[in-house]
Design a protein around this ligand. Structure first.
Ligand SMILES: *Cc1c(COP(=O)(O)O)cnc(C)c1O
Length: 409
């Protein structure tokens, strides 16, 4: 068996921390009660564990435990925030003031863009998509320009999952608060890596997910503001009235415990992890460049306002698909994992004005808590070798086509 590829795709998902798994295990086989059972010890144990996890998640973002709603992940949290807010607003006005207006950014994950577009298509909402700058950043001024007196909700992600650019969400949050517009942020990539405080940043709704912070897949949370101006939501799932009626269904206690533990570790170790990842990220960039001719590599994203674990590079003179598929020893993505199935280039890179050909020839490296210097060095060698081989190949092809060289020579 050849060695397992080096995992540098931590924006897609992360390895569950063994300490998280250890915290989860007893809740499968020993403390397997239903957290909603109030009549026996099994239920109390599960309920206590859920309470603790709610505190751990709340502490990571400066929320109160009662403001945390557990969901299946960030996709569901985003859907609940967006559809829930829009439908609550439509109810409040009895449909009279409809159509209302929604705002999101051009660099959002599809888990924000798609629910927004569905509301526009099927429920009569007007949608404004705010453009980014060349670094993928959304300015508070651009958001201000999009808000009208009918705007109900603004959604701007805290940090981008492709190019790592961090948005000024505090400025955007305060702007929305001043104008009486609800503010949602998809903080899936940012929590644990960028300081976020829902009070200081004036956030009304915030989505996060465990599997991007070394927790398990299938569990996430939506912060729903209760202090001050309360966020109003219509639930997507009705049933037993769990999670204050906002998300019915028996809580997956082991997963909830895993999210709590992952959040606690992110609170405690995030700053140290970030320093390590930033150094490794810079090393990866340096090692790749040192093996290739100067020029011909473009760094996508913001030079200073970026996630410490992100490196997004475009390589001139290579074909994107061939580049990605040829990298046997390194697990990376081109653009977002979720859209790499389609032939389309990244909507984020396009919004940033990256030329189509370069956008296609881009690789997204994502470091994690378990990345090592050895991983980075080995990845740099393989990436550089692959880029060199493809460039030489296309040069040879070019020479062949122009008749300057024969294929058998
Ligand atoms: C991964 C990710 C999501 C989706 O999260 P799931 O928990 O997999 O549903 C949404 N938004 C961003 C920015 C992400 O990185």
């Amino acid at each position: 068996m050849p060695d397992a590829p080096i995992y540098l795709d931590n924006h897609a998902t992360t390895r569950t921390d063994p300490r998280v798994v250890a915290a989860m295990l007893p809740f499968f086989t020993e403390r397997y009660g239903n957290a909603a059972s109030v009549a026996h010890r099994f239920g109390w144990e599960a309920g206590d564990a859920v309470d603790r996890a709610r505190e751990q998640v709340a502490a990571l973002i400066g929320a109160e435990p009662s403001e945390i709603v557990f969901t299946s992940g960030a996709t569901e949290a985003n859907n609940l925030a967006i559809k829930g807010t829009a439908r609550a607003a439509a109810l409040q006005t009895g449909g009279i003031a409809h159509p209302g207006h929604l705002v999101c950014s051009a660099v959002e994950h599809r888990a924000v863009l798609d629910p927004m577009r569905r509301l526009a298509r099927e429920e009569g909402w007007e949608l404004t998509v705010v453009p980014c700058d060349g670094f993928g950043r959304i300015s508070a001024e651009a958001v201000a320009g999009a808000i009208t007196d009918r705007t109900v909700l603004v959604s701007v992600m805290a940090a981008n999952n492709e190019v790592g650019t961090i948005n000024p969400i505090g400025a955007i949050g305060r702007l929305c608060r001043d104008l009486g517009v609800a503010f949602h942020t998809d903080a899936s990539q940012a929590v644990g890596k960028v300081p976020i405080d829902v009070e200081e940043d004036a956030i009304d709704l915030l989505s996060l997910t465990a599997h991007k912070i070394h927790g398990p897949k299938g569990i996430g949370a939506l912060f729903v503001r209760r202090r001050g101006r309360r966020a109003r939501l219509v639930p997507l799932v009705d049933g037993g009235g769990h999670e204050r009626g906002l998300r019915s269904g028996t809580l997956p206690v082991p997963l909830v415990v895993g999210l709590g533990k992952a959040a606690e570790l992110a609170s405690q170790e995030g700053p140290v992890d970030c320093d390590r990842m930033r150094a490794l990220r810079d090393r990866l960039d340096r090692e790749i460049r040192s093996r290739l001719p100067e020029g011909g590599i473009r760094r996508n994203g913001h030079p200073t306002e970026g996630l410490p674990n992100n490196l997004n590079l475009s390589f001139e003179g290579v074909e994107g698909e061939a580049l990605l598929m040829g990298l046997r020893g390194v697990a990376v993505s081109s653009g977002a994992a979720c859209s790499s199935a389609g032939p389309e280039s990244s909507h984020v890179l396009r919004a940033m004005g990256v030329p189509e050909e370069l956008a296609r020839a881009s690789l997204r490296f994502g470091l994690g808590r378990f990345s090592t210097a050895e991983d980075v060095d080995r990845a740099a060698i393989e990436v550089a070798a692959r880029v060199r081989a493809l460039r030489e190949g296309s040069e040879a092809g070019l020479l062949t086509r122009t008749g300057l060289a024969r294929p058998d020579l």
